[in-house]
Design a protein around this ligand. Structure first.
Ligand SMILES: NC(=O)c1ccc[n+]([C@@H]2O[C@H](COP(=O)([O-])OP(=O)(O)OC[C@H]3O[C@@H](n4cnc5c(N)ncnc54)[C@H](OP(=O)(O)O)[C@@H]3O)[C@@H](O)[C@H]2O)c1
Length: 286
């Protein structure tokens, strides 16, 4: 089912990015390349349809706020404009969230923002913008990235999508935290003021591209955070990305989502993933 969202930010940024003949992008089509309205009449129709959608949403919220059937739109700041930042930025934008994507280079972040029809900013600006912040930088740069945003994310939910791996010669990767360490706990030490969650680590971006389906999700994604309310927020974002959330509990219990593990980078249903996690945990205890 098609859903429309009214978002005034289109009036400013996106319009300015379009060719002169195209005054308004159709939000539902923006990922197929900003299909434009061929005439002023179509522009008017588009605006009218958006206004109708805004009224519908307003009255829906007014009368049915106690029986909410979809998530509230969130402002999400993304640190890192690579495969993961762009992928989840696009999926969450499609689900109706407001996204600001960032990287250190203005060229990279502006290119990424155009590709996924989001706002762009510096990492510090994205950290200020987001009610929720997704950390999606290479682990080699994680210390630099976390110290740049530590003050801005104080008190906020930071979803850490990084894996504690770095590239070594020959294209292989190497785990760079101690064998008995848990990546989420290591990140919580780097961002002591933030509420750190861990998610979006266990699937290659290509698998997510292939399987993400908001209407009929089948592929599982792990998540973990210390606060149950934060886990519910992350679970909603997993659903909004078209995946099935599997809650592993507090960060201390999140070892199965770090590499190496039998659920890391494997396409699994929720049931298959839960079974593998249970077996892995038993093995760890034994
Ligand atoms: N790719 C996957 O399939 C996948 C799946 C699960 C988890 N992960 C994890 O997700 C993280 C990101 O992976 P990726 O594949 O998206 O990496 P990527 O494509 O190499 O992108 C990394 C991004 O981080 C930005 N960056 C680097 N240092 C930064 C800093 N200090 N501040 C702000 N931005 C910074 C880079 O841009 P600038 O250099 O321009 O700043 C780049 O846009 C990694 O930790 C990876 O292990 C990846």
């Amino acid at each position: 089912m098609q859903r429309f969202y009214w978002s005034p930010r289109w009036k400013g940024r996106a319009v300015a990015q379009l060719p002169q003949s195209c005054r308004f992008p159709r939000r539902s089509q923006r990922f197929e390349g900003f299909e434009c309205c061929p005439s002023a009449i179509d522009d008017r129709k588009w605006i009218q349809s958006q206004l109708r959608a805004a009224y519908r949403e307003f009255f829906f919220r007014l009368f049915f706020s106690g029986t909410q059937c979809r998530s509230e739109d969130m402002k999400i700041g993304i640190i890192g404009a690579g495969d993961i930042g762009k992928l989840y930025g696009r999926l969450w934008g499609e689900a109706g969230h407001d996204i600001m994507i960032s990287s250190r280079s203005s060229e990279t972040r502006e290119f990424a923002a155009r590709a996924i029809a989001a706002d762009s900013g510096t990492p510090e600006e994205a950290a200020v913008f987001g009610e929720v912040v997704l950390l999606a930088v290479n682990y080699a740069n994680v210390d630099e990235a976390t110290s740049a945003i530590a003050a801005q994310v104080s008190g906020k939910l930071v979803i850490d999508a990084t894996n504690p791996l770095v590239l070594v010669s020959g294209g292989d990767t190497e785990r760079v935290i101690p064998e008995n360490a848990i990546a989420g706990e290591v990140m919580a030490e780097k961002l002591p003021g933030a509420r750190v969650a861990k998610s979006f680590t266990t699937l290659w971006s290509g698998y997510v591209e292939q399987h993400a389906d908001r209407e009929n999700p089948t592929v599982a994604m792990t998540l973990s955070a210390n606060d149950p309310a934060d886990r519910e927020t992350v679970a909603q974002l997993v659903r909004d990305a078209g995946l099935v959330p599997v809650d592993l509990g507090a960060l201390a219990q999140s070892r199965p989502l770090d590499p190496p593990s039998p659920v890391w980078n494997v396409v699994l249903s929720a049931q298959e993933l839960e079974e593998r996690v249970a077996a892995f945990r038993q093995e760890q205890v034994a």
